[in-house]
Design a protein around this ligand. Structure first.
Ligand code: GDP
Ligand code: CA
Length: 333
């Protein structure tokens, strides 16, 4: 069984933890793992160079979570983290004082930057970093070329274009985004390994990740929609919106900026039905959104109503199971 998942950071990581647990039960390898092969195509639109180092927030969120090294209380970064180096950098006026890089986390960025400077691609670097952790999945950056999401905002009456993380972390998305700009998109192509993975997959899943700045950015890459279109596998997506709000995070501010309502149905219609110019065969919504199932079905997308809250390992694994079932229920193309 080959499964390819499109994912952003924290929402993606939670879903993947559930998927890994579920696969170990559904297709066990007799050794606690699974015979299923999972590739994860990860958003790199949040990446940046900071203090001379390449930082890849979504890749790292997933790597730390699947590696069992993430800070589950804070929701990001490494567990048992300290911030001594960061304090020194701030004293030198280097980096962003509002974007703290923990000491353990900094080691990841130093290792990554070092390998990049040796001439490895981001895909190769990601594989090297992952060797150390027992992830059970293969992480594939969406592209080997840098694509940075920038945001146009107005601060004190002045128009400014800032990095996505500045809008997200410094401004907590309280300043409305006027538009998103994908810097480097024109020169970037979808990671060839991701394209091959999509073409060979038995199932393709969209994690409940941010539909604008995580999944949306992945879909923008040259070659990505074509690969999804060509794929023989069914595509099922999990709604990141439950009852009209983004469970955690600020997906609603992102959706508002692109003129999409913050509802499970509007996000489904934004992705669109396969065969009608879109990318979805199936969409999973929460029970609270059941009344909108008919609207989604009318748009040509098979709709499953299941619990979408990933509150613990059990609910996350059940959601992964439901997503696979929804995909398998799609008639072959
Ligand atoms: P980021 O890159 O760290 O922002 O993470 P992602 O893009 O992967 O996912 C962020 C989104 O995950 C949030 O905006 C939420 O809408 C969604 N999310 C977080 N927790 C849950 C959950 O328990 N259930 C569902 N369905 N969505 C969730
Ligand atoms: Ca992200």
């Amino acid at each position: 069984m080959r499964i390819t998942v499109l994912a952003g950071g924290v929402g993606g990581a939670k879903f993947l933890l559930g998927l890994r647990d579920h696969l170990a039960e559904r297709w066990p390898d007799g050794d606690g793992g699974t015979t299923a092969e999972v590739d994860v195509v990860v958003n790199t639109g949040d990446d940046m160079w900071l203090a001379g180092l390449k930082v890849c927030p979504d890749l790292d969120s997933i790597m730390y979570a699947l590696g069992g090294a993430n800070d589950t209380e804070r929701g990001w970064g490494r567990a048992d983290e300290t911030e001594r180096v960061s304090a020194e950098l701030t004293a030198y006026g280097i980096g962003w004082p509002w974007f703290t890089l923990g000491d353990l986390d900094l080691a990841t960025h130093i290792a990554r930057s070092s390998l990049l400077r040796d001439g490895l691609t981001l895909t190769e670097v990601t594989a090297r970093l992952a060797e150390r952790w027992n992830l059970g999945v293969r992480l594939l950056p969406m592209s080997d070329q840098p694509v940075e999401t920038h945001v146009e905002i107005t601060v004190d009456g002045k128009r400014r274009i800032v990095h996505f993380e500045e809008w997200w972390v410094k401004y907590r998305a309280t300043v409305p985004a006027q538009r998103f700009i994908q810097v480097g998109l024109d020169k970037a192509v979808a990671n060839p390994l991701a394209v091959r993975s999509l073409e060979r997959a038995d199932v393709i899943l969209f994690a409940p990740s941010n539909p604008v700045v995580s999944i949306g950015t992945i879909l923008e890459l040259r070659g990505m929609r074509q690969a999804l279109d060509r794929a023989g596998a069914p595509i099922a997506g999990v709604s990141p919106i439950i009852g009209g709000s983004a469970v955690r995070g600020m997906a609603d501010q992102c959706l508002t900026a692109i003129g999409v309502e913050t509802t499970a149905a509007a996000v489904a219609k934004h992705y669109g039905a396969r065969g009608r110019g879109g990318v979805l065969d199936a969409w999973l919504i929460d029970g609270i959104d059941e009344p909108s199932a008919r609207v989604i079905e009318a748009a040509g997308i098979r709709t499953s109503v299941v619990p979408l809250w990933m509150t613990d390992a059990t609910t996350s694994a059940q959601l992964a199971s439901d997503a696979l079932d929804a995909a398998f229920a799609v008639p072959r193309r």
